[in-house]
Design a protein around this ligand. Structure first.
Ligand code: SF4
Length: 235
């Protein structure tokens, strides 16, 4: 069983935030191992469990040293699913922290779940005062991921000001689904960022779809890492 002081990390690297409300910002990415979902189109399947890819165990002190040695002032916790871990205990001063989460786990509630590989994640509730200073990027999964929504968790995120919602759309049909989702959970359109699915520069240039994103009242999220590096590992 993992304790509140230890973290499984798949990789960490310096890059730019590719998507969302901090696009282009020079950031240290810390990618955690293990995810509680299995999205059909996931591009980080190597983070899913203890057999899916390489990872290393870090203590809280070791990770904080890496964060302190970061060349910029932005740190992005990603995964896998970062909320499996005590992110509030990794805070150091003068840094802005961001979390990319699938939105199925409420961070200020205690967690105790067993994953399909037998790993047990048990942590105390995160300190709400600390995590409400983070920029949370919540990515609920559309029907094409074949994953269930945790309605309580989505309502939690819809009702606070510390997060944006990020979706990836392939076509207008996906935008209609995102619109219905935003209506159902009363999510303000200003909190919704939509990017375009794909792994090549050409896949990201779809003016008609961006027109639709605008007309639905959403924000457009460029996917800079895809446009520049084609979604490669470590960027
Ligand atoms: S939530 Fe993210 S990391 Fe987990 S399976 Fe889905 S896309 Fe992959």
């Amino acid at each position: 069983m993992l304790t509140d002081d230890t973290y499984y990390v798949s990789e960490y690297f310096q890059s730019i935030q590719g998507e969302g409300n901090y696009s282009g910002v020079n950031s240290l990415f810390i990618r955690f191992q293990h995810c509680n979902l299995r999205c059909s189109w996931c591009d980080t399947k190597y983070t899913w469990n203890k057999h899916s890819g390489a990872y290393k165990l870090f203590t809280q002190t070791e990770l904080k040293e890496i964060i302190t040695g970061n060349m910029g002032t932005n740190v992005i916790f990603t995964g896998g699913e970062p909320t499996l871990y005590r992110l509030d205990q990794l805070v150091v001063s003068d840094m802005k922290f961001h979390v990319e989460s699938n939105g199925t786990i409420i961070p200020n509630q205690a967690l105790n779940i067993q994953m399909e590989d037998g790993s047990v994640f048990s942590r105390m509730a995160m300190d709400e005062k600390v995590i409400s200073e983070f920029n949370w990027v919540i990515s609920p999964k559309l029907s094409n991921s074949f994953q269930e929504i945790n309605e309580e968790a989505i309502a939690f995120w819809a009702n606070n000001d510390w997060c944006i919602f990020k979706f990836i759309a392939r076509n207008r049909k996906d935008l209609i689904e995102i619109n219905a989702f935003a209506d159902k959970y009363a999510i303000a359109r200003k909190k919704v960022f939509v990017g375009i699915e794909g792994t090549t520069l050409a896949s990201q240039i779809k003016p008609e779809l961006v027109d639709d994103i605008i007309n639905f009242g959403f924000n457009f999220s460029p996917r800079l890492h895809v446009m520049i590096w084609r979604n490669v590992h470590g960027k």
